[in-house]
Design a protein around this ligand. Structure first.
Ligand code: KG4
Ligand code: ZN
Length: 340
């Protein structure tokens, strides 16, 4: 079974080929980060138009790189949601158009399910069941995962996502878009603790998060004061420490709650090295294992879409790809309701 996976939910155009027997054959990606940088965030209309420009040339490049032909495809998978409506429509329309022309079905994939299963592309792959910490620009969720398609929400953010907190506070520090990686780089040369920021909901007894107060706290620190290079780095380090501490504590609490010893971290913030270092220490101290996708598959990519589609098709016989010409996208879509 050869799956073409298409990701266009936000500002990355990703395409990949996954073969049921041979694994991932290849993936290509175009990031729109530079396109949106001048605006300090993603401009949805520009994102959609750029997906239109990139998607087919990227697909051609992928086929060349992997020595594959469109005629070999068994299914065309695409991100059905959640994400930006216009951006999703480009991937969905292309997948259905390709599928129709080739006489193969198209299969819509839940973006978060794809993130959540992406660590299974690495070796060693985590065994089920596990707790997944999904930390992206749009979502912060803790899920219990018993098998492909069986997801129980344990807790989530009440307001901003962890990636959003990185991006918004990075903006306050005058860092470019996307802010997470830039803030992490600056934090590496700073010292946490010089400034004190809150650890939101650290002591709440549930598994929920709240990160929106962090930007107000940062604003309060920088308002009316001269913030030199050292202060900016120290503040960046404290922001990163605050977010990472809450994520680690809640992930541990979720493992305790679920009675499990395996944690999977997925989504863009999973690329953060401080988070990885802190979780490694906690895992060693408390006897649990942590699994990540490869760094290149932490942020949005086509490989996770092709892989998630292949997993669903192989393991859930009830999943039937759609061969009809009509299609929908789901800009808002709860993962639990997508489970089949
Ligand atoms: O999963 P992703 O590519 O897109 C969504 O589905 O949202 O995640 C993007 C988010 C952005 O907020 C970005 O700032 C954050 O992940 N991010 C990071 C790092 N790399 C990406 N945040 C902190 N440290 C990083 N190294
Ligand atoms: Zn994502």
């Amino acid at each position: 079974m050869l799956v073409l996976g298409i990701e266009t939910s936000c500002d990355e155009t990703g395409v990949a080929l996954y073969d049921g027997a041979r694994g991932l054959l290849g993936h290509v990606l175009h990031s729109q980060a530079r396109l949106h940088a001048d605006y300090g965030g993603v401009v949805p209309e520009l994102a959609s138009r750029d997906h239109v420009r990139r998607l087919l040339p990227l697909t051609r490049r992928l086929l060349e790189q992997t020595g594959s032909r469109l005629g070999e495809l068994s299914v065309v998978a695409y991100t059905e949601g959640p994400g930006l409506a216009g951006a999703l429509l480009v991937g969905a329309a292309t997948a259905h158009g390709l599928g129709y022309a080739l006489g193969v079905p198209a299969l819509g994939v839940h973006h978060l399910e794809a993130h959540l299963l992406s660590p299974l592309l690495s070796r060693p792959a985590p065994a089920f069941p596990f707790v997944a910490l999904l930390v992206s620009g749009g979502h912060t969720q803790l899920m219990r995962v018993d098998r492909v398609g069986d997801y129980e929400l344990l807790g989530e953010t009440l307001d901003d996502a962890a990636g959003e907190a990185f991006d918004k506070t990075a903006k306050l520090l005058g860092l470019g878009y996307p802010g997470g990686p830039a803030l992490a780089r600056l934090a590496a040369s700073g010292t946490a603790g010089r400034f004190t920021l809150p650890r939101p909901m650290l002591a709440s007894r549930d598994l929920d998060f709240s990160f929106s107060g962090l930007k107000t706290a940062v604003l309060t620190v920088i308002r009316g004061r001269e913030v030199d290079e050292t202060a900016r780095a120290d503040l960046a380090a404290e922001i990163e420490a605050a977010i990472v501490e809450v994520l680690c504590a809640k992930a541990r609490a979720a493992l305790r709650h679920a009675g499990l010893k395996r944690l999977v971290v997925a989504g863009g913030v999973g690329a953060n090295l401080t988070l990885r270092a802190r979780l490694a220490v906690a895992a060693h101290a408390h006897g649990f294992e942590v699994f990540y996708p490869e760094i290149e598959f932490c942020t949005d990519n086509g490989a996770m879409i092709a892989f998630a589609a292949a997993q669903r098709l192989e393991r859930s016989p009830t999943v039937t790809p759609d061969s009809s010409l009509g299609f929908t996208v789901r800009p808002r879509w709860e993962l639990e309701t997508a489970a089949r």
